[in-house]
Design a protein around this ligand. Sequence first.
Ligand SMILES: [Zn+2]
Length: 485
Amino acid sequence: MRVLGGISLAVLCLVVFAAEETVAVDNYEPHEVTPDHMDQTGEHDGQYYYASKHPDQDAGDATERMGEVNRSRGSPGQTGKHDGQYYYTSKRSDQDAGSATEGMDESLTGVSHSSGRTDQTGEDYDQYATFASRTSESVGSPLIGNRLLCPDVGKTCFRYNRNSRLRPECWAGLDSHILIDGPGDREFPLNSCCDPSGNFQSPINIHATRRLERSRDSLKYDQDEVEGYLQNNGVYYKYVVSGRKPILTGAPNQEGVGYFLDSVHFHIGKRGDRRQTEHLIYGKSYSAEAHIVHHRQDYEDLEAASAHPDGLLVISVMFELRNENSNTYNHIFKHFEEVRRYTASDFDNVCTLENRRLAALELAGIINPEEECVNAVSYHQTDNCGLMKSEPGCGEHITGIKVNPRFLLPNIPRYYYYEGGLTSPPCSEAVLWLVGERPKMISQSTVDLLYQMETRIRKTELGDYGNLRPLQKRRGRSIRHIQFE
Ligand SMILES: [Zn+2]
């Protein structure tokens, strides 16, 4: 049972790899309606072309006022009750074995997306089977309509290292075990939204499938200044709005609906790789990518919103290497060095906990030391380092950073719009993506600071593996090209 589970999961991962490596990367002509089978999902070595245009200068934000900047620490006091004894559940009664591989070429609607993953580690924990089956029955598959929708279920260690058990191809197996923290015996949905056979996964290689359209709306925030803090959560640098959140209006098909600005975080590739951004635009990678994360104003918060197909709106901003940084982003970038180190406590660091658990399972012969996918545990304990959480945490952070949100956006209001998902677990297919056509500026020294960020994997810097999810298939989605007012 255990062995079979391991093998089937390994086969699944091999299939995913094989599919990626055999897809040709060509044909980047703008505005062509691209058939689904031409989607680019591989590593794209040598296939990018590079920008010849100068990124737009930041306009008008030179006068922006800068607030006081303070150092603070996270709240370590919330972590004391964990004694290293983990409880977890493992049974998925709703498995539909094998459908992930069948689903690879399916078109848009009406298919089942369970992944055929079987657990490898749960048999010694039968005492929790009751909880597990209850959870499966009450929540079942995350497929709702044709979306994989997973609210945040806790914190999971996931990795970008392609040799790790927790590499992106294994993410769909995350959260099938859930750590129960003491008396908080809540029911969590079993989470497999990172399934690459999902129809709305991200990131993707952007090809507009329609001609440029002009919108009479403009993307606008209702305030000129936000205050926030900067932290290193071990996955990326994250700027979190801590005061009143500005509301963005003007998103496509969202008349009268606003989205709260929550946070901005940054993605970059492995040092030396050609791909340095999550999205590609006509096969082109830039030097880094920011994600400006919003949630719909009528949903309570980011986590609640991530269970709705239109719950989140993320604006992607590309950065191109120049002599200096864009002015507004520089207000954030200039503090990277101060939070370069990952200072979360052991109990806040889900990867430290996961390492210990895996080491124990190896020692007990429950998993073998080869680096196959393994079902990771989601740790539900303190909230401080959760990717979707807004509380200051993860050790040291810098507060009081003020920016004008308007100038976080590209200067020319031209975007690619498509419906997708979060690019890191829980990968919920709940995101309206607006990918800016024109890049902002980033300096080499800032790129270096991104690479030098300490991650939550011990002794690892961000530049060692990057934080880019592999490209996902477009699967027939339309990608609009919109110029806003
Ligand atoms: Zn992101």
